[in-house]
Design a protein around this ligand. Structure first.
Ligand code: SIN
Length: 475
């Protein structure tokens, strides 16, 4: 970790032992450091202390909470370079992308510092003359979250910031592959003035155990999860026992559509950005491309040329666009999907050659059919299967032919078509002539098996608030 200048960001590093977790660099396999893990008993103590801290925090003013959150935001931005380096070391994404994620993660803190000051209730015209009715919004209490390795900072701040702004306490479990960025960000929260018991991270070799503790706890009132649909649906079932509030940001299978009236240059740039961001490891990545017959040759020529320009390597090296995938399992899963697609009749139009370590070559597949596994499953890697289409009706049917409903993208300049297709796509988010849509100011979330609940935007803080109805009688 010699690359990190501000060593205060590494206070969590400890000597190796049976109760520590090893963190490695996916680009080189090199051991980065060890961090402490918590036992079940320790996690339960953290939960109890969190409940006590929340009782005090909820009574502070929104303005006070906002000013502390703003300090936290500033500290993230001041440490953007170091935080980016920590992220690249443990996660693999190129440094420019990692620094971009630090700013993206920080933006949620800045946004919710403001939104926390605008948690309004209502006054309601009463149904009888002697009553007065109103609603107030109150924090749900102790909030917990389980976050993924693909966005080690932004997925924590997108949940912790609205929770803290609303007056909740927060306990997060970062992914075991990428806990260092999360710990560094939480260290900065303490420096910003957030009480230690109010914001805690927990780590254990068994992620399942932490999930069970969170779900079964009657003290924790909320669980927010970002990850796979398979794990999300188990967590929903486990949370049923304690009737916990849950929000789920789960898997995706985003269609990326190029209509015959599209601006092809813009569509190529959007497809590259959407498909290859974070080596294809985002829930909102274009998973399958649909290109209209009439512009197919033009689009494919330009698209393959742009893919050829992508440089694979260690994310700390200059000019690298594609880092490693997160681990061997991920690499094998992606390679299996490519092999199966070829077996099912797809053509390798670019890439697909084996690479050393955890690297996967950016790959383009053509002659792809709707029924192939690579179209039906979430790839989570730098692979672009391309399907030709002719009519809008056929396109909408195929784009919606998935259990997922997170993000979709399309390129067209026909205003009528833009309205119709936007409305017909069964997705929580649609990018129209735009391949990158994530921002703190808009609601992020899906429909169908991509989950429920929204993060960011004016909706994000509602996930951490209960509405209380007050009926004043005898007035
Ligand atoms: C995700 O992949 O889960 C998040 C992506 C984003 O926020 O853009």
């Amino acid at each position: 970790m010699k690359e990190i200048k501000n060593t205060a960001l590494l206070v969590f590093i400890c000597e190796p032992s049976e109760t520590t977790l090893a963190v490695t660099n996916p680009a080189s396999g090199e051991l980065l450091c060890h961090i402490p893990t918590q036992t079940e008993e320790e996690i339960n103590t953290i939960i109890e202390r969190s409940a006590k801290a929340q009782k005090e925090w909820k009574n502070t003013t929104a303005k006070h909470r906002s000013s502390i959150l703003n300090n936290w935001y500033q500290l993230l931005m001041e440490n953007q370079d170091d935080l980016g380096r920590i992220m690249t070391l443990e996660q693999g994404k190129p440094l420019a992308e990692a620094k971009g994620e630090v700013a993206y993660g920080a933006s949620f803190i800045e946004w919710f510092a403001e939104e926390g000051k605008r948690v309004y209730g209502d006054t309601i015209p009463a149904h009888t003359g002697d009553r007065r009715l109103m609603t107030i919004k109150q924090p749900v209490g102790v909030a917990s979250a389980i976050t993924p390795w693909n966005f080690p900072i932004a997925m924590i701040t997108r949940k912790a910031a609205p929770a803290l702004a609303a007056g909740c306490s927060f306990i997060g479990k970062p992914a075991n592959q990428t806990p260092l960025s999360a710990y560094a960000v939480v260290e900065l929260a303490y420096q910003a003035g957030i009480p230690k018991d109010l914001l805690r991270l927990v780590v254990n070799h068994s992620s399942r155990l932490v999930g069970e503790i969170f779900c079964n706890s009657t003290t924790i009132r909320k669980l927010s999860f970002t990850g796979s649909t398979a794990v999300g649906s188990q967590l929903i079932a486990q949370c049923a026992e304690t009737v916990k509030r849950v929000s789920m940001e789960l898997g995706g299978n985003a269609p990326f559509v190029v209509f015959d009236d599209a601006d092809i240059d813009a569509a190529v740039a959007g497809a590259i950005a959407s498909k290859f961001r974070n080596a294809g490891q985002t829930c909102v990545c274009a998973n399958r491309l649909y290109v209209h017959d009439d512009v197919y040759d033009q689009f494919m020529g330009q698209f393959i040329e742009a893919v050829r320009q992508l440089k694979i390597g260690n994310g700390l090296d200059e000019g690298v666009n594609i880092g490693p995938v997160i681990d061997q399992n991920a690499k094998e899963g992606i390679n299996k999907l490519i092999a199966k697609a070829v077996e099912q009749g797809a053509t390798l139009a670019y890439g697909g050659s084996p690479r050393e370590g955890l690297f996967v070559e950016p790959t383009v597949l053509t002659d792809v059919e709707q029924s192939m596994d690579i179209v039906q499953e979430e790839i989570f890697g730098p692979v672009a299967p391309v399907i030709r289409f002719r009519t809008d009706e056929e396109l909408i049917q195929n784009a919606n032919d998935t259990v997922y409903g997170l993000a979709a993208y399309f390129y067209s300049r026909d205003i009528g078509r833009i309205f119709k297709v936007s409305e017909a796509l069964e997705y929580g988010m649609v990018g129209i002539n735009e391949g990158i849509i994530s921002t703190e100011v808009a609601p992020f979330g899906g429909v169908k098996q991509s989950g429920f609940g929204r993060e960011g935007g004016k909706e994000g803080i509602e996930e951490y608030l209960d509405t209380k109805y007050l009926c004043y009688g005898g007035v």
